[in-house]
Ligand binder design. Structure first.
Ligand code: MG
Length: 266
């Protein structure tokens, strides 16, 4: 420590001057740091290289392909876990209403999902009975247990708006109706954040979903209130990683088809 032997007034002056120069130095250091662009640049870790698909909608290099048009090897019947019995023909799978819902063998938590569907050109029916299916973003049990993103023909078909295509069934009205005509292939691109539960089963953080329908944003980081239900209010029930389920809806209209399904766990 430096001992300063001088009258107190002088000491005050010296200390003030030291303080002044220290202040100037600090300001200059701050200015220098603002000038140094490297201080705000991050160089590691480097994001992994993912080769995008050749065309929009094609699976990128790190995707898990759930259906490539050849077979249903990645899918099982929800009812009993046996081999999925929907119809695969000419590169597409078509709902088999007689046998019921199918789901992935593998379970997932957070993910990016791409899926394409086609309402038959000769679709008949109205309201909820016109090309009804659905994508359960996490299947939590038999039947329709889980969180359903609605699939329905609403090109020229009215129904309750929280049950039309692009809705999180009876929870979130889509931000737009981006339907293509029956007979045309349509896309869903979905970002799903799974709900998190405490060890006692209570909810720690809700599920969230963002959905693009035919490239149009229809759900924007929507926070789910619980599992989607036909009757009654939604509620959460604790679960872990879950399969993705496709709905064989019981309406009498012509069955719809799916193709090009892939997922990127996040
Ligand atoms: Mg449905």
């Amino acid at each position: 420590m430096i001992q300063i032997a001088c009258p107190s007034a002088t000491r005050v002056l010296i200390l003030s001057a030291m303080g002044f120069f220290a202040g100037v130095t600090a300001v200059r250091a701050q200015a220098d740091s603002l000038d140094d662009h490297k201080l705000t640049e991050i160089y590691s870790p480097v994001p992994p290289v993912v080769t995008p698909g050749a065309q929009a909608g094609d699976a990128p290099s790190d995707a898990v392909v759930l259906f490539d048009g050849k077979n249903l090897d990645k899918w099982v019947m929800v009812s009993d876990g046996s081999a999925a019995k929907w119809i695969v023909d000419n590169g597409v799978m078509t709902v088999n209403k007689k046998v019921g819902n199918i789901q992935t063998k593998e379970s997932f938590s957070n993910y990016q999902l791409h899926i394409e569907y086609r309402i038959p050109a000769n679709i008949t029916g109205s309201d909820q009975a016109r090309g009804n299916s659905g994508i359960f973003l996490a299947s939590t049990g038999k039947g329709d247990d889980g969180y359903e993103l609605q699939v329905l023909d609403n090109y020229n078909n009215k129904t309750y708006v929280n049950g039309q295509v692009g809705s999180i069934y009876k929870q979130a009205v889509p931000l737009a109706n981006a339907c293509r005509k029956p007979g045309e292939w349509q896309t869903y691109d979905i970002i799903w954040t799974a709900p998190v539960f405490h060890t006692d089963g209570s909810l720690a953080s809700p599920a969230k979903v963002t959905v693009l329908h035919n490239g149009v944003l229809v759900e924007n980081d929507f926070e789910l209130k619980g599992q989607t239900r036909y009757r009654g209010k939604p509620y959460y029930k604790a679960h872990g990683p879950s399969p993705i389920k496709l709905q064989a809806h019981g309406d009498p209209s012509e069955p719809i088809s799916y193709r090009n399904i892939w997922i990127r766990p996040l």
